[in-house]
Design a protein around this ligand. Structure first.
Ligand code: HEC
Length: 131
């Protein structure tokens, strides 16, 4: 009895860390929280909105530009190029918040874990627009 339980637990742990499963994660899996996107919306309104409307990031051109790319590509673009007037001036957490807001604008679902400002994790999440 006891060894059966141990076997089951070991099986779960192995499945949990399988790299194949991690690579399959997409932006449809709930990769940010609603609270994080709300903070991102405030940051966007304060810093980005002078040059962009939120709607400008929820177009077919936007989703086609990032489709199937790892989320780290968009994170890097924002961190290195935006705001255009002062690139790199936000903290990594603020860029992650704004990124969460952009995902929300594109109809991607929220989940129960925040999107981390961690390039290794962002590398493992694929940008998948809603169908
Ligand atoms: C001073 C004006 C300005 C500010 C402020 C600014 N941007 Fe931009 N942004 C631009 C311009 C101009 C482009 C066109 C591409 C380029 O020139 O690099 C652009 C391009 C983009 C793009 C890619 C094209 C698109 O529409 O999807 C994204 C995403 C973006 N900006 C997000 C942001 C975010 C997020 C912020 C706030 C942190 C921000 N921008 C602040 C001027 C600005």
């Amino acid at each position: 009895m006891r060894s059966a339980i141990i076997r089951v637990m070991t099986g779960c742990m192995v499945a949990g860390v399988a790299p194949a499963a991690a690579q399959e994660r997409t932006t449809q899996a709930g990769v940010y929280t609603t609270a994080q996107a709300t903070r991102g919306q405030d940051t966007f309104a304060a810093i980005c909105q002078g040059c962009h409307t939120p709607a400008s990031h929820a177009t077919a051109a936007f989703t086609n530009a990032w489709r199937d790319k790892p989320l780290v590509a968009l994170f890097r673009f924002l961190s290195e190029a935006m705001p255009k007037s002062e690139p790199g001036s936000l903290t990594p957490d603020e860029y992650a918040q704004v990124l969460a807001y952009l995902l929300k604008l594109n109809g991607m679902p929220a989940g129960d874990q925040e999107l981390p400002a961690d390039t290794a994790v962002l590398q493992s999440i694929r940008f998948e627009p809603k169908k």
